[in-house]
Design a protein around this ligand. Sequence first.
Ligand code: HEM
Length: 134
Amino acid sequence: MKKDITNRDDIQLLVNTFYQKVRDDQRIGYLFDDVAQVDWQKHLPIMYDFWETNLLFVQKYKGNPIQTHMEVDDTENLEQKHFGYWMEHWFSTVDELFEGEKATLAKERARKMAHTIFMRVYMKRYTTDGQKNS
Ligand code: HEM
């Protein structure tokens, strides 16, 4: 039986393993390394805070992920399939490393967040009468 996610070390292992898979996947890695040119030294600790806040309820993360992804989308469209690849890696990483209540919550939170981010990005591109924004 695997252990559940219980502390920041667990979250670091999860996040580091996940982003390595994402960066190695040509279908999505370029969005981080080429399009957004992510500074991983800065991004990874933000993600540890984000997941610690979401899973362990420690008040650390204070960002605006919707705004961040809208800015990425301004440079290169984020498509539904990209969120699909992202979710595939997140689910497989969680399942490989952990099991339990928090592991399940990690998948649920990611699913909701992916849905919200994609809907907001998609809505930004279209006006209410279905015309594409310039
Ligand atoms: C197509 C899928 C996705 C792509 C390509 C993507 C890409 C990015 C990029 C480029 C950044 C900015 C990193 C930086 O420069 O520091 C970012 C930040 C972030 N992403 Fe995503 N992301 C995706 C999906 C998700 C999902 C599903 C979640 C939900 C768990 C998420 C959570 C975050 C958070 C919390 C940040 C930090 C925002 C901040 O700076 O406060 N992302 N993402």
